[in-house]
Design a protein around this ligand. Structure first.
Ligand SMILES: Cc1cc2nc3c(=O)[nH]c(=O)nc-3n(C[C@H](O)[C@H](O)[C@H](O)COP(=O)(O)OP(=O)(O)OC[C@H]3O[C@@H](n4cnc5c(N)ncnc54)[C@H](O)[C@@H]3O)c2cc1C
Length: 240
């Protein structure tokens, strides 16, 4: 899997701070934009996000290339409706070699991995035979499994990203979308630290866990820790 931040709103914190100030000031947004400096924008955004006034951060969007995830993962991802997606087509792309994702649980179990590989190998051979018989890729793809790799371009605004981090950085999310979402989090944190400074699963961003009896319990290790340390605890929790 590879996650690349392709493009994002220039000066995301400034754009969102101008939006925030527009709601409270008499002046035109363009004048506010000329007056506000980076430090002020940062402070304004930290305050506004702290209040939960999230609509202003909808003005910053981020476009990612997400490469080599499984179709199982992409299906989970596209359930997030406040975003734009463009996915590699299995109708138009005739796959010469069908690439697959192997879950870590299968990778570390030799007997399971043998069954997995054999099944995927059979599927690949059958897919190719269907194409040779003149079946179109859009119909031959019906036999391809959830493991099939895909590429997807995703554009999401900062508000929806915070929501995505709440749900998909959580240890209740599946390993693949969780790994992908943590990569996305660290990428946006780098370019927009003020907007994303408290971001993460709910146990980090809101200080609560709503998973009840399914909670992983990682928050029990949070006392006295910085936000970055909390992120590391949660992210590596199942590895510890
Ligand atoms: C651990 C986990 C397990 C899951 N298991 C399942 C499962 O078994 N089966 C399954 O089908 N799905 C499952 N999902 C997917 C889940 O139900 C959501 O579809 C997905 O997480 C998208 O999140 P969302 O609906 O909160 O919001 P998004 O689509 O990301 O939208 C963001 C927010 O916008 C608002 N919003 C968006 N659209 C509407 C609307 N039409 N009406 C009102 N408000 C709206 C809501 O406040 C929403 O939270 C699972 C998700 C997770 C994280």
């Amino acid at each position: 899997m590879k996650v690349v931040l392709l493009e994002y709103t220039q000066n995301p914190e400034k754009v969102c701070a101008v939006a925030a100030l527009t709601s409270m000031k008499e002046g035109a947004p363009s004048d506010i934009s000329n007056e506000i400096d980076r430090d002020n924008a940062k402070k304004r955004i930290q305050r506004v996000v702290g209040y939960g006034h999230y609509s202003v951060i909808e003005h910053a969007s981020f476009t990612f290339s997400i490469e080599g995830i499984s179709r199982a993962c992409s299906h989970q991802l596209v359930r997030h409706r406040i975003a734009s997606f463009t996915q590699q087509s299995q109708r138009y792309v005739k796959m010469e070699d069908v690439p697959f994702v192997t879950p870590p649980s299968i990778k570390k179990n030799k007997a399971a991995e043998d069954i997995y590989k054999q099944s995927l190998n059979n599927t690949t051979q059958s897919y190719k035979k269907l194409l040779e018989l003149g079946i179109s890729p859009e119909d031959a793809r019906f036999i391809l499994p959830n493991a099939t790799k895909t590429n997807i371009v995703m554009t999401m605004n900062a508000r929806e990203l915070l929501h995505l981090f709440n749900l998909r950085c959580c240890n209740r999310a599946q390993w693949e979308i969780r790994d992908m979402t943590w990569e996305i989090l660290y990428k946006v944190l780098e370019v927009s630290p003020a907007i994303f400074e408290s971001s993460g699963p709910k146990c980090i961003s809101e200080g609560i866990c709503t998973e009840g009896k399914f909670s992983c319990g990682c928050y029990k290790l949070f006392e006295g820790k910085t936000i970055e340390e909390k992120r590391k605890i949660t992210k590596d929790f199942f590895i510890i």
